[in-house]
Design a protein around this ligand. Structure first.
Ligand code: NAD
Ligand code: ZN
Length: 378
């Protein structure tokens, strides 16, 4: 089959690789019909996630049709349509039973964290879904079976694999409630969805921050938020604090590591610059009100010397973070898409065949061609 493989920093290639096969009795094999590229994939190709072997297949936002099931799979059969969440989870352990599937105790043989498709040996070593076929472990728990009578297109369902439940978890776990002022850092796919969900949770004011013109325009026009360019002010954190009369109730960081820098550069810049590396987290620490919450949805993957712990402590800030436990949110969000409560498709700017994945990475990474979100069609 064809698959998108990691070759080195900023180097991905479509290659011909072996088809996946059933390895455990409750595995399934899915024929991928649509698969997306995520901001988290950019951390991989920037070398900010350790233990990425050459030829490793990337991708954790796929959906498709069940092609084959292992003998112990009872919940699915060949021909079922499924969305595959990025978190690989057994459904049996303490964490899966307590709605923290992203920390499943059994899926990751390599470390004390959860396992994710296409996300390095450190996070389980499972091949990813930017490919024609995918092996999905725990067929009785991990996949979401799309009801047979569902008439929605792939594009309406695909982001249930990650960024819809991730953004929803960001506002839900972050605790957005009616009347809140919310600042969302980042107008990428995750930030744009988080802005929608902040309104749905009853926020009275939503401010979106980025510096890429076309993405801020999209936020303003489609999500009806106020926009702020973080390069427009020397001290953007204080500017946001003034705009919100003392700070936002919640700041949701949908940025994470600055993808353009290696872990070493990140630490060096942190030491050198005031607002530097932690660009986003530093802005968040200044823009949140006393007693407010910073919710990190953006991924942080290395050590941060320079992390503003003292500022947060002095101001009684709650800091929440993590890999989103997406699985238990999917059924509720599926119903919300069916009911037209929100539309996840406005962020799709590019639809390309899998063969064009290398180009897709280039425009998504470099924010070219007005790219917001790419859907690949194997
Ligand atoms: P993206 O790269 O498309 O978007 C990030 C946006 O942030 C860009 O538009 C960029 O211009 C903007 N930005 C950069 N620095 C900024 C700053 N200091 N302040 C405000 N905006 C800034 O990525 P995405 O797909 O939207 O993903 C966003 C983040 O969410 C990534 O870190 C990704 O890894 C993470 N993520 C986390 C989870 C989870 O489970 N926690 C799941 C999915 C994605
Ligand atoms: Zn993702």
């Amino acid at each position: 089959m064809k698959a998108l493989t990691y070759q080195g920093i900023k180097d991905v290639k479509i290659k011909e690789v072996a088809d996946p096969a059933i390895e455990k009795r409750d595995d399934i094999i899915v024929r991928i019909t649509s698969t997306a590229i995520c901001g988290s994939d950019l951390h991989l190709i920037h070398g900010n996630v350790p233990n990425m072997p050459e030829n490793f297949i990337i991708g954790h936002e796929p959906m498709g049709i069940v092609e084959e099931v292992g003998p112990d799979v009872t919940r699915l059969k060949k021909g079922d349509r499924v969305v595959i969440p990025f978190t690989i989870a057994c459904g049996q352990c303490f964490y899966c039973q307590h709605q923290l599937e992203s920390q499943c105790d059994n899926s990751n043989p390599h470390g004390d964290a959860g396992a994710y498709f296409g996300y390095s040996e450190t996070f389980g070593g499972y091949a990813g879904g930017q490919a024609e076929f995918l092996r999905v472990p725990y067929g009785n728990f991990t996949p979401f079976r799309v009801p047979e009578d569902c008439e929605l297109e792939d594009e309406q369902l695909l982001f249930l694999s990650d960024i819809i439940p991730t953004a929803y978890w960001g506002v839900d776990y972050g605790g957005v409630k009616p009347g809140d002022t919310v600042i969302v850092l980042g107008c990428g796919p995750v930030g744009l969805l988080a802005q929608k969900f902040a309104w749905l949770k009853g926020a009275k004011r939503v401010i979106a921050v980025d510096y890429i013109g076309y993405r801020m325009e999209h936020a303003k026009e489609v999500n009806q938020v106020e926009i702020v360019d973080f390069t427009s002010e020397k001290n953007i954190g204080n500017h946001l604090k003034e705009m919100t009369q003392g700070g936002a109730d919640i700041v949701i960081d949908c940025v994470g590591m600055d993808g353009k820098m290696s872990p070493l550069e990140l630490v060096e810049t942190a030491l050198k610059l005031q607002g530097g590396t932690m660009g986003a987290i530093k802005i968040a620490s200044q823009a949140v009100r006393k007693g407010g919450t910073i919710q990190l949805v953006g991924v942080y993957g290395s050590r941060y010397n320079g992390f503003p712990l003292g500022d947060l402590f002095a101001r009684n800030i709650t800091l929440k973070m993590g890999q989103a436990p997406v699985i238990h949110y999917i059924p509720e969000l599926y119903r919300m898409i069916k009911d037209n409560t929100f539309d996840p498709t406005d962020i799709i700017t590019h639809r390309l065949p899998l063969e064009k994945a290398e180009f897709a990475y280039e425009i998504f990474d470099e924010k070219k061609d007005d790219c917001i979100k790419v859907v690949l069609k194997p």
